[in-house]
Design a protein around this ligand. Structure first.
Ligand SMILES: Nc1nc2c(ncn2[C@@H]2O[C@H](COP(=O)(O)OP(=O)(O)OP(=O)(O)O)[C@@H](O)[C@H]2O)c(=O)[nH]1
Length: 447
């Protein structure tokens, strides 16, 4: 198999199945849930209309039939009765009703789901709140532990590669490139590292397995560090005054969880923190943030489901100013009908913030689920097009074998990872320290 074919094969799965439309797919789901209900209504309306017509034509001859029909309508849907009355005069009203049904019904369903999920979390709060501080102190230990799965995969694949190789020839480099791609470091990064290694191995005349291994690790660390030289991995916290952070990302990546964890950390540091539930697209998202507010003991500014998110943000800024808060964390919706809507909504939110605090928001953090590997990359690309992302929160790094994604994101998108999630608990969010991460990743290999 040719060089490029091989690479394509190894990488193909990830490239071919991008979840480009994650935002849209979710949207489609919403529409799908709503449609049958809408159809039902529409059908009933359609059924009703001819009946009315018939009534006009055959009033005298066929009165009993009309009665029967009216009865049927009454049994099926009391609402139809109203429609039957108004169909002739006010057809547009029927349309309006259809629209309302589309929006309202899925929200109710989702809310029910989240309420169910939320309750056990409240119970957990009591157990975890007090255990927060000691855990924070063991950050590097936790990082090493969280990365166990990722590291194992890295070590495994590299050890297999190295123990199988006989000589450092072109076949070896092709294998190496494939191995790097499998570890999710990204296509471009894998190509570049292999290219550099070709030169380096020759230069250092590395022939023995240990020598080649050392060169590979050195190179990976070097590439990683070199790419991050100008990056600011720190959260842009204001020394004086309010720091406003927007959180963006698709549903389920761990956005609300990360906001809750961060709120808790800042509160423990003695900061006055507020959270804004500006994901008004789903009622459940608001409830979920409120639950996290209770866990983190931080006030949540909220509006009504379906309301204007920018209005919630405005209220939150006013509150934050009145209470002289240090940090305002804003949860936004990651799922809108399409990219344009999402972009418009985020722009509007930003405008509202900037009207009150010109240099804010101080961070726009994109939350990505590390377990989705290359799909997280696709989301990052999409959100970069939608808004100015200032950094990443990479969640669920504790449960993934795809930790190489950090390299891919840094090298291909040049977005700094600012926080990493290493568990579901209140204390499981950590500032991202590149050296710690690289060491954690290659620990087994370097010992
Ligand atoms: N293992 C692990 N699980 C996490 C981490 N962060 C979040 N989760 C879990 O991921 C799931 C989704 O998290 P949410 O915070 O609800 O995600 P979201 O992006 O806010 O999603 P929506 O509320 O649907 O918008 C929850 O079960 C979290 O407990 C993490 O760092 N590690």
């Amino acid at each position: 198999m040719g060089f490029f074919k091989k690479i394509k094969k190894a990488f193909g799965g990830n490239v071919e199945e991008p979840q480009t439309p994650e935002i849209q797919e979710e949207e489609i789901e919403t529409v799908d849930t709503a449609e049958p209900e809408v159809e039902e209504e529409v059908e009933i309306v359609e059924e009703a209309e001819p009946e009315v017509e018939e009534e006009v034509e055959t009033v005298e001859e066929a009165e009993p039939e009309v009665e029967e029909e009216v009865e049927t309508v009454e049994e099926a849907e009391p609402e139809v009765e109203e429609e039957v009355e108004t169909v002739e005069e006010a057809e547009p009203e029927v349309e309006e009703e259809v629209e309302i049904v589309e929006e309202a019904e899925p929200e109710v369903e989702e809310e029910v789901e989240i309420v169910e999920e939320a309750e056990p979390e409240v119970e957990k709060e009591v157990e975890t709140v007090e255990a927060v501080e000691p855990e924070v102190e063991e950050s590097s230990e936790k990082m090493a532990k969280g990365l166990k799965k990722t590291r194992r995969t890295f070590s495994q694949v590299f050890n297999e590669l190295l123990s199988n190789f006989r000589k450092v020839d072109e076949d070896f480099f092709e294998e190496l490139e494939e191995t790097l791609i499998t570890a999710d470091v990204g296509f471009e990064t894998a190509m570049r590292i292999t290219e550099d290694l070709r030169k380096e191995v020759k230069l250092q005349n590395a022939k023995k397995q240990e020598d080649v291994q050392r060169v590979i690790i050195d190179k990976l660390v070097e590439v990683y560090e070199e790419q991050g030289q100008d990056e600011n991995n720190e959260i842009n916290l204001q020394k004086d005054g309010l720091t406003v952070m927007l959180f963006v990302g698709v549903n389920g990546v761990g956005k609300t969880t990360s906001i809750g964890k961060l709120a808790n950390q800042y509160r423990l540091e003695g900061k006055k923190v507020l959270m804004a539930a500006a994901d008004t697209f789903r009622a459940g998202a608001i409830d979920q943030l409120v639950v996290w507010g209770e866990r983190a003991q931080v006030e949540v500014i909220r509006g009504n489901a379906g309301g204007d998110p920018a209005a919630v943000v405005y209220d939150a800024i006013e509150q934050a100013k009145a209470q002289e808060a240090d940090v305002l964390l804003v949860d936004t919706a990651g799922r809108l009908q399409n990219k344009v809507n999402l972009m418009k909504e985020l722009e509007k939110i930003k405008r509202i913030i900037q009207r009150e605090i010109p240099d804010a928001p101080h961070e726009v953090l994109l939350v990505l689920d590390a377990t989705t590997g290359q799909n997280a990359m696709v989301q990052a690309k999409q959100f970069k097009e939608v808004t100015d992302v200032t950094g990443l929160v990479l969640t669920k790094l504790d449960g993934t074998a795809k930790g190489g994604i950090v390299l891919a994101i840094r090298n291909e998108l040049h977005l700094p990872v600012k926080l990493v999630g290493l568990g579901e608990g209140l204390a499981d969010l950590y500032p991202f320290k590149p050296e710690e991460y690289v060491q954690g990743l290659f620990k087994g290999l370097m010992d």
